[in-house]
Design a protein around this ligand. Structure first.
Ligand code: UD1
Length: 359
């Protein structure tokens, strides 16, 4: 029996974990124990994903949230160590680049438990982002690195991974697996009223610390969205972080604001929107999976292949550039058939590599 402890905590990790959990469910000789750090805890930031995507209920919920980075990561480390002492798994599996990711990897590595990192090798080259620190450190202490893209392999090679004792497996992107699978079921299961997800609209999300925690950037983005909403409906499912920071900075977002949405609603929004405007990593890719152009409100991206192929454009937090890029991308037509993110079999490839791993 192969025993895997999977650590999740933040919204995009629930989506990614759903893919592997579904594959594990087909294998009687594999046991997966899901640990939820508690980083995201609101119903519509967490539970709704477990319900909709039929992810097994976590065996542990560590209830660590709402603190500074040090306290949050520290408490997670301590609690995850306790779980690992009890469960003694063969593998600890972590996803992406959040504080839950680094806490899970570090706790495991110090106990000499093998670490698998899904979505490895991505870089923004901006060390002020907490995510960049988390992903570099997690990669370095992982035994197996599941990379989604050619760029990610190149990034690792540039950092000397040819001489580092870690196995690199190009699995493709787990989020693509999820998009393809759940898109077949989303229409009948979406909960947002039909008028929210039809007609002409721009789908926008905004939550990155580099934007929300910088009042100048936040104000410039708000100005762009308010201006754009005068010509086309801008639908913003608003992250709790952003809601709080808009209030504390006295900024008024005059757009179509809704609470954070579940996965099926997000898929329906992606299917029907004109264009995506975002500072999220995952949504940039999801836009592409649903053949939509994207304007990214950041100065850099980990998904450079989308920019290289003209599907995505970086507009930073510059009001005029966000507006002109949106106009430009809305009138563009592209061929979205490039297989940039693998063949939607990432889940199977990941499990197979864990089962057959030899040092
Ligand atoms: C985290 C990740 C980010 C990821 C994002 C996805 C880190 C460093 N950042 O950012 O990479 O893109 O998740 O959403 O791990 N809050 C609630 N309810 C919730 C969750 C959060 O109210 O269910 C509020 C809390 O006030 C919290 C704040 O949002 O302090 C920020 O949450 P946190 O988990 O620190 O980071 P995110 O911004 O969600």
């Amino acid at each position: 029996m192969l025993k895997i402890v999977t650590i999740v905590g933040a919204r995009p990790q629930f989506v990614k974990a759903a893919v592997l959990s579904r594959v594990v469910g087909k294998h009687k000789d594999v046991e997966e124990i899901l640990v939820h750090t508690g980083q995201h805890y609101d119903h519509n930031m967490s539970d709704v994903f477990f319900e909709e995507m039929e992810i097994p209920k976590p065996a542990y919920n560590l209830d660590v949230n709402g603190m500074g980075h040090g306290a949050m990561t520290g408490q997670m480390l301590e609690k995850i160590e306790g779980v690992l002492e009890r469960e003694k798994p063969d593998w600890v599996l972590v996803y992406g680049d959040t504080n839950s990711t680094i806490a899970g990897a570090l706790a495991a590595k110090k106990m000499h438990i093998k670490v698998a990192h899904v979505e490895a090798g991505l870089r923004s080259f901006n060390m002020e982002m907490p995510e960049e620190v988390n992903r570099i450190l997690t990669d370095r202490i992982s035994d197996i690195l599941f990379v989604p893209t050619d760029t990610a392999v190149r990034n690792l090679m540039n950092e000397g991974y040819a001489n580092i004792d870690a196995k690199i497996v190009q699995s493709g992107d787990v989020m693509q697996d999820a998009s393809h699978f759940y898109a077949q079921h989303s229409e009948s299961k979406a909960k947002l009223p039909i008028e929210k997800r039809s007609g002409d609209f721009v789908l926008c999300t905004l939550h990155r610390a580099e934007n929300t925690d910088n009042p100048k950037r936040l104000a410039a983005i708000v100005a762009a969205l308010n201006e754009l909403h005068k010509t086309i409906r801008v639908l913003v499912p608003i992250h709790p972080r952003t809601r709080k920071l808009l209030e504390s900075n006295n900024l008024q977002l005059n757009v179509d604001l809704v609470d954070p949405v579940g996965y099926f609603d997000m898929i329906e929004l992606l299917k029907h929107c004109k264009i995506v405007l975002t500072d999220s990593g995952g949504l940039q890719k999801e836009a592409y999976f649903f053949q939509k152009h994207c304007v990214t409100m950041r100065d850099e991206t980990e998904w450079v292949e989308l920019v290289e192929h003209g599907y995505n454009v970086l507009a930073g937090a510059d009001t005029a550039l966000i507006l002109s890029s949106t106009q430009e991308m809305m009138s563009k037509s592209s061929d979205f058939s490039n297989p940039l993110y693998g063949d939607s079999k990432a889940g199977e490839k990941i499990l197979e590599a864990l089962q057959n791993f030899e040092k």
